[in-house]
Design a protein around this ligand. Structure first.
Ligand SMILES: C[S@@+](CC[C@H](N)C(=O)[O-])C[C@H]1O[C@@H](n2cnc3c(N)ncnc32)[C@H](O)[C@@H]1O
Length: 211
């Protein structure tokens, strides 16, 4: 996501200490205390400017949502929208470190929305559905946990399907043109809105991990 660096970001971001959990590793295994309830936790990785997670948190107050975003300037934009939503928090980390932040089976549901496709073969390890990341997700997701993925990038999408299939995960839903065929209301992301406007095909898959 291209974004000009926000000036004085370190100063500005401090005001969001109730929304952005600055030392998330201290909450490992204790996220229910952060939310003060036992509701399931849904995690979005690469949350961007936050439209998707904010809309979901408002729609589903009985689910706790966490948005993970590596860029400080981008998470700041998300935090501006995420104020006064009790069931929403943000974490500013690289997804490679999620195991330092969540205990095994602490997460029920995971969203990967328009992840960077990293098309070059030598960058495969950076793709958020490469085996390294799937190992991490398998660890932090509950047994039979769910992953939903949306992408406009056919190569990244096909790569992800193959990687899910290699683990024998159950394909619950597959849609090769989400906005053409789907009539139910879809909560969209910033990227998704742009792609919809120009008529780009959006691919969608929902999988259930094996125990
Ligand atoms: C293409 S943008 C999509 C943003 C948003 N999900 C959307 O659909 O509008 C990808 C986002 O993922 C973030 N990101 C990329 N790699 C990441 C990682 N390893 N951990 C956390 N966030 C990451 C980027 O900073 C960027 O904001």
């Amino acid at each position: 996501m291209r974004l000009r660096k926000v000036k004085n970001i370190e100063e500005k971001i401090k005001q969001f200490a109730d929304i952005i959990i600055f030392e998330p590793q201290l909450q490992k295994g204790k996220w229910r205390k952060v939310f003060a309830n036992d509701n399931p936790i849904h995690l979005e990785i690469g949350t961007g400017k936050g439209n998707f997670i904010v809309a979901n948190a408002i729609k589903d107050p009985n689910i706790n949502f966490i948005g993970c975003e590596v860029s400080r300037s981008i998470i700041y934009k998300a935090a501006l929208k995420a104020q006064n939503i009790a069931n929403l928090r943000l974490i500013n980390i690289d997804a490679s470190f999620l195991q330092d932040v969540f205990e095994e089976e602490e997460i029920s549901h995971l969203y990967l929305n328009f992840s960077d496709p990293w098309p070059k073969a030598r960058h495969e390890k950076r793709r958020l559905t490469s085996p390294k990341f799937l190992d991490i997700y398998q660890n932090l997701l509950k047994k039979q946990g769910i992953i939903e993925l949306k992408s406009d990038d056919q190569h990244f999408f096909e790569y992800s399907l193959v990687k899910f299939h290699e683990r024998n995960w159950d394909f619950l839903e597959l849609n090769l043109d989400l906005h053409k065929e789907q009539t139910a209301e879809i909560i969209t992301t910033e990227y998704e809105e742009k792609f919809k406007e120009i008529g780009k095909t959006i691919y969608y898959i929902k999988v259930r991990i094996k125990e």
